[in-house]
Design a protein around this ligand. Sequence first.
Ligand code: LMR
Length: 410
Amino acid sequence: HWVDVQMAPPDKILGLSELYVKDPNPKKVNLGVGAYRDEEGKPWILPSVKEAERKLVVEGLEKDKEYVPILGSGPYNSAVQKFIFGHDEFGKKLIAEKRIVSAQTISGTGSLRVIAELLNKFYSVKKCYMSAPTWPNHLNVFRDAGVEPAAYPYYDLDTNSLDIENLLATLNKAEKGALILLHSSCHNPTGLDATSEQWDQILEVITKRELFPIVDMAYQGFATGDPIKDLGIVIHKMTKMHYENPEKLPSFALCQSFAKNMGLYGERTGSVFLVHESPEFISKITSQLKALVRPMYSSPPCHGSKIVEVILNDEKLYKSWLGDVAKITNRLNEVRSGLYDNLDHSLRNWDHLKRQKGMFSYTGLSKDEMLKLRSDFSIYGTDDGRFSLAGISNRNVKYVAEAVNAVVKK
Ligand code: LMR
């Protein structure tokens, strides 16, 4: 029998899209979900992706629609491993020495969930430190996998800068051996990333407290406009540290997604990596990952992974994809400047907007102000003051900025 089913709260991000769709106001603006829109406000299929699909269908590169293996297609996994780790001296060595588990997952969320489930089964400390704030779904993913979320200070709303002192102080007292979630670049929701020096400080505490890092890389490319340059500083630093001093950093995980940088949102294409010094351990973990995935979703979908495979393995197409990523980043940066220019600087200091990177603008607007934007102007951003910049274009930037000015003035 059913027992006591109550209404679940709406999703903090996707719930907004539902409200937006229902809103009859023709001026409505969706600044909720982090999904790219072009200048016309329309979703954009990347030309490189269209070309890859043409090759799959018209040139017959796609031979079948068979099940892919439990941990994904072999060619996809090796192409992505090379793409992520093959640009780095130490990453190359890790590949050559077979010290990385690579598995295709159901995009970023899937990769986080799979690693969280694995750690819950085979790792002694079931607690994960996450930045405050972080992507709200991080908390759900880890909690539902049986890992308790804990917070480390990240963003100082008074100064709109990284709260590095309190961050380090909290991690210094973190439970030994706990998990820690890091954002490689384009921190979600704040758009504020640690500097190279700050990453060194963070990694030092991580090694001191023997924390297990899980890096989330969902917006690779949107900080600099180049996915390779954007391979977070932290990943370079971690591969080096792990390779040179495995006793300091015996293992780490990386969760990656092509949702944003290839626009493959609905294809659910991403990967999880786990680095460890022992190839024997890697074999065991691989077998356990298979045992974990098979009863959950059997195997990942194949269309998105075929697109990724074609793009990463075709020099011309790869170049054209890099151009697409640069185009997205340029537009986001133009929108950021446009918003900044149209805000009233006599009412509030907006300089932090210019320092932020990626798809989001962390405005510093309060929950009340965000609710007012929603009720009075049909502008839908998340309660924490985040705007997804993709929802803004030349057509509505003035409307959004003037609405913010009006809400702030009150
Ligand atoms: C976001 O933060 O808006 C994106 O990661 C989309 C999502 O699934 O929440």
